[in-house]
Design a binder for this molecule. Sequence first.
Ligand code: NAD
Length: 473
Amino acid sequence: MNETLEMTSTLIVESPLDGEMIASLTVTTDTEFDSILNNAIEAQKKWAILTLKERVQVFYNYLELLKETKQELAEIVHVENGKTMPEAVAEIEKSIELTEYTCSLPQVVRGDMQEVSNGVWCTTSYEPIGVVANIAPFNFPHMVPHWTAPNAMLLGNAVIMKPSEHVPLSAIKMKEMLEESGLPAGLFGLVHGDKKLVEKLCDSPIVKAVSFVGSTPVAKIVYARATSNFKRCVALGGAKNHLLVLPDCHPEMTANNVIASMSGCAGQRCMAASVMIAVGDVDPIINLMKKEAGRIKAGENLGAVINKDAKERIEKYIDLAEKEGAKILVDGRNTTVANKKNGHYVGVTIIDHVTKGMAVATEEIFGPVISIIRVKTIEEAIELENNSPFGNAAAVFTQSGKLASKIIGEFDAGMVGVNVGVPVPREPFSFAGWNDSKFGHGDLTGDASILFWSNLKKITTKWAAESKSNWMS
Ligand code: NAD
């Protein structure tokens, strides 16, 4: 018998809330990988010949199912990722909004048309690319797959999704629900595992485009690998987001927004505030922030961080800042939750008098920690923000429209806010940062996704035989 035996390995999924095992999956084997990709090719061929209006019917059904199942889906996110239930519900609501946008695409995606010469017409059409791959991080297990897959599929592509190995359950449920909504089998393939699967997706000649969302070091690896194989790629990376707080800001609104931004989802958002640049005397705001932080309790309105490694990494950053002379105003180290002693919790942490050379000033911490850097002038504040290698988000808190418009013009970041701590552009606006927060051209969501997930075909037509010949003939 000439049978190749393949080793299978297991993926154990634990809940960050209490460290309990919640699932055990088999890592996708080479044989399964090949068959998922080949099925995707076949499914895509049949899907691509349908019209947008035919394809969208599946997403109308899916949208209804998402709404009906919102609570159950949020429960999955809560347990596998560790964020609070209200945060998980908000994540599903964002997936719903993303899918609503997908459902609007047949009204939006139209080619252009012009008579470019006597009797000669040019038209354009958005054509599918083929089989594409989406690689997702752990922090939004349901929303990030919805940033990419629904639009990519509505535009006629098949998608191979590689969720984070820490949180694969939301993507499994997504696949079930898409198929229940009428999506043809094979069109949405799911592969489970870690970097080996990502490398295979970047190398496979079947995969024509890759979207990646995750940390900057991995975004660079994936972008380099996918493009060296001549694939289209946008790879979103990590972040270090700066909030500029000016003395004329609205005190309560600013304190609430800064704390909500740095602590929401336990600071595990690529849009979370990480550095607050305090311009001049903003001590009254910092005092309000301390009060606000006191209202946030781990296990109640503050979720867990993803695992033990993350908790240790975040706490090390706080230790280091303390050693380097920063002042810990609110200390979230050694936080535990009763009856969840194996959960991974870090409390809200406010570090004051951080200076620009410290690790907490420059590196992504990805936990509920804010570093306050005090400066005297707006110019110094802008310089600090501009010197960050990242460029995901930045925001300014002020009541002066004149100052705000000057500052947003000078921020070196892809998504900027005024008096908004988490300046996420909502559909139909597109999401993506700049600099080391994004590699590749284009954005992933909203209107920009239409070009990313399509090939533009340019068609020149002449039916009028009597039209005179010109250089196009
Ligand atoms: P990660 O980079 O560790 O992992 C992301 C994905 O890449 C996972 O599916 C993982 O399996 C895979 N992967 C990990 N190492 C790899 C390697 N060496 N080669 C190939 N693939 C590899 O990120 P994470 O810890 O899951 O997520 C947190 C990070 O994601 C943070 O840095 C956060 O800022 C970032 N993020 C960015 C955005 C954005 O829009 N810019 C959005 C969400 C999260």
